[in-house]
Design a protein around this ligand. Structure first.
Ligand code: NAI
Ligand code: MG
Length: 374
């Protein structure tokens, strides 16, 4: 009954390089699960990115955020091009969206997928969530560059940490841990960075205390990085500042195999603004245009989006569909296979439409409560 179907308005920024390729592959799969669970996606495409920058001198229009504000969620491919400095593409599009829409949590699930070998000999039961602070911290606009070109030239960049900014991200991590194994690991460097990091430690401890069943440990970022490689299975939820979280999440994604399979969500947990879902990888200019990109990171990001919208069953079905596709040996080139982006996606789409749920592969995470049984 068409009239009663829930309709979700989704803004799509496919972006540059392989971005449009993996987005094009993903949309029919999401439509397929939507069909199956009787809701509808209304996609609006925004052709923002490097091409627009070359044409108009800006990655997005001046009123870009206003245009996106009416969407319920955003699906992003990737932005970046070899002929444009990366800070232009990043600060011209992604950062204004993350900050303007108060997407203060960057959430990255990391776990092993079938057919995606870890570079570690024994990755153990790698299944963790990284909660990265996404709008303040080390990535600030405060600072300057002085005496350019002179011997006394200097650059100053200030970190900005706020009580509210730390506590809301710590609270998110604690709630997430309550639905998992109950361990929050906080990344710190309060031995060396003596103002902001002790403040981080204090506010994280205050916030996590008071969440029932959650244990907090604080690890120095350097030791944490080493532990992540030596014993990744011991971690559950890691909460980190913007810079530390950025580095840890790429490290953890590498432990899980290919960068092509890792997803990320930029969340405004209160739902006052749209949240944005994207793969971890960039525009991969070295393989763009070949139709060989792995769409799993984008598919997984779309599954997180469905979960965020409350379509938990649909999210689970989509996740199972790409997992069983991988398990069946359909793989793109980065995983040593020969499937094209669209070959892989059409197999996922077929599985999404199938009436019979394939239950031999365990259900995987929704973003809020992963229940990986492997
Ligand atoms: P990248 O992630 O685009 O590529 C790194 C390597 O991984 C490349 O060899 C690429 O071929 C491979 N790769 C990435 N995604 C893949 C996929 N889905 N399937 C198969 N192989 C894949 O990172 P890189 O090369 O450092 O950056 C390229 C551009 O992307 C730069 O302009 C950068 O600024 C931008 N970028 C954008 C991001 C975003 O939109 N959120 C994130 C990271 C980088
Ligand atoms: Mg990064």
């Amino acid at each position: 009954m068409n009239g009663e179907r829930k309709i979700y308005r989704i803004g799509v920024i496919a972006g540059d390089g392989i971005g449009p390729e993996v987005v094009e592959a993903t949309i029919p799969c999401v439509d397929a699960v939507a069909d199956r669970f009787d809701f509808e996606m209304r996609w609006t495409h925004y052709d923002w990115g490097s091409q627009r920058y070359r044409r108009d001198g800006a990655m997005m229009p001046a009123d870009g955020l206003d245009q996106l504000a009416g969407e319920e969620a955003l699906l992003l491919g990737a932005v970046g091009a070899p002929d444009i400095p990366d800070h232009v593409t990043l600060w011209g599009l992604l950062i204004p969206i993350r900050r303007g829409f108060h997407q203060y949590v960057n959430l990255r699930p990391v776990r092993l997928l079938p057919g995606v070998p870890s570079p570690l000999l024994d990755p153990g039961d790698l299944n963790l969530m990284i909660v990265r602070e996404n709008v303040e911290g080390e990535y600030s606009e405060v600072g300057g560059r002085y005496n350019r070109g002179r011997p006394e030239e200097a650059a100053v960049q200030q970190s900005v940490f706020t009580r509210q900014g730390i506590s809301r991200v710590a609270a998110f991590a604690a709630r997430l841990a309550q639905g998992r194994r109950g361990l929050v690991t906080s990344a710190t460097k309060s031995n060396g960075i003596i103002h902001t990091m002790p403040f981080w430690d204090e506010v994280v401890a205050e916030t996590v205390f008071g969440h029932r069943g959650v244990q907090l440990e604080s690890l120095l970022i350097d030791a944490l990085a080493a532990r992540l490689i030596l014993d990744p299975g011991r971690f559950d939820v890691i909460v980190a500042s913007n810079l530390f979280g950025d580095i840890l999440s790429d490290l953890a994604a590498a432990l899980a195999g290919s960068i092509g399979v890792a997803p990320s969500a930029n969340l405004n947990p209160e739902g006052d603004h749209p949240s944005m879902f994207e793969p971890v990888h960039g525009s991969a200019p070295d393989i763009a245009g070949q139709g060989s990109a792995n769409p799993v990171g984008q598919l997984w990001a779309a599954a997180m989006m469905l979960d965020h919208l409350g379509e938990t069953e649909a999210a689970k079905t989509l996740t199972e569909a790409f997992e069983t596709t991988l398990a069946a040996g359909v793989r793109t080139r980065d995983l040593g296979g020969r499937a094209s982006t669209l070959d892989f996606a059409s197999e996922v789409e077929r599985r999404c439409r199938e009436e019979q749920r394939t239950d031999e592969q365990p259900a995987s995470d929704g973003m809020v409560q992963p229940q990986d049984q492997r």
